[in-house]
Design a protein. Structure first.
Length: 325
């Protein structure tokens, strides 16, 4: 039992400053145990899959690699974020399902959940979202709303896309394209998507909380993809999975920065500038309706404007099914 708690203490200690070298002596002092005990714990943690490097004159360090590191992410999340609870799972059905369940039970604090792998990852219209282990980021944020808060679905999804785009730019230096309304593209391939859901309170018939799910393919081996997904989806960077912790923290920070005032739509110029659709011939479905024409604008509510036979048509919700057809 004691050994187990020392093991967790050591894991937290190393996780707080990954990449930093600590001598056996530093660690022994920090945990108030012997150097031999430290050595044994390091061996156990390594056997459990934690990537700890050891060097003769330097000591030990935890590599900030493809393991989701809760301590590190929690430390990087800006202190001025609203109160939240952070969960990290090796495998989960879907981070959106978990977040919805959790916020329905405890509606007092934000829930942030990240998983290494999802067995039931899904996108809009219940489509499967391919979520293999160690190659993507699967993250959901559930936000309780106060009674009088209104929600604009179009603005929330587009703001989230911009938050993810900013994060990818910060960490990988590349700019994503936004395919209205919730898809994220790079070099004409889908690299991620956003699923925004609302939980309604039956009694007041108002929205009691929001769940925003973000799925990113950070690195994908094209040869391992299911056949129907080849040529459609791609990863963002080679070895992109090694930056999952940085991406997770950046997405959370950028999301909350934008969420504060997303309803003013000030971020929309950034969305428009990197639109995957504007100027292209597209086909879109909204309810029973199909519209085909040129995508010409995103309006101030995040709706898509299509020019169909000289008539401007506004699509508030729906999806684009064909591009350059
Ligand atoms: C789409 O492509 O339509 C949106 C995909 C959203 C996937 C993310 S992954 C994290 C969260 N959990 C889910 O089951 N879905 C979202």
């Amino acid at each position: 039992m004691k050994e187990n708690s020392n093991k967790n203490k050591l894991k937290d200690f190393l996780s707080a400053n990954p990449q930093k070298w600590y001598s056996g002596n530093d660690l022994a002092q920090a945990l108030a145990i012997s150097r031999t005990a430290i050595w044994k714990l390091i061996k156990q943690l390594s056997q459990e899959g934690l990537e700890i490097q050891s060097r003769h004159h330097l000591g030990y360090r935890l590599l900030l690699s493809d393991h989701l590191n809760k301590t590190w992410i929690a430390k990087k999340i800006k202190k001025d974020l609203p109160p939240s609870r952070l969960f990290i799972f090796p495998t989960i059905d879907s981070t959106n399902i978990f977040a919805k369940r959790e916020i329905s039970e405890h509606n007092d604090r934000i829930v942030i959940v990240i998983a290494d792998r999802q067995t039931e990852g899904h996108g809009r219209f219940q489509r499967k979202f391919y979520s293999p282990a160690k190659s993507g980021l699967y993250l959901s944020i559930a936000i309780p709303l106060k009674g009088d808060q209104t929600v604009s679905a179009g603005l929330l999804t587009t703001a989230t896309a911009v938050a993810v785009g900013r994060s990818i730019k910060e960490v990988f230096g590349v700019q994503l394209d936004y395919k209205w309304v919730n898809d994220l593209y790079l070099s004409e391939r889908k690299v991620g998507g956003i699923l925004t859901e609302a939980i309604t309170d039956f009694e007041s018939n108002s929205i009691s909380s929001l769940v925003v799910g973000i799925g990113l393919n950070l690195s994908l081996d094209q040869n391992e993809l299911p056949i129907d997904l080849r040529d459609k989806i791609a990863g963002i960077a080679e070895n992109g999975q090694e930056k999952r912790n940085q991406i997770a923290a950046a997405v959370i920070n950028n999301f909350f920065k934008l969420f504060k005032n997303y309803q003013d739509g000030r971020f929309l110029d950034e969305y428009r500038k990197n639109s995957f659709l504007i100027g292209r011939k597209i086909q879109a479905h909204s309810g029973q309706r199909t519209v085909a024409g040129t995508a010409i604008a995103i309006d101030d509510q995040g709706s898509l404007i299509i020019l169909e036979e000289n008539k401007k048509i506004k699509i508030q919700s729906g999806e684009v099914t064909k591009v350059d057809f």
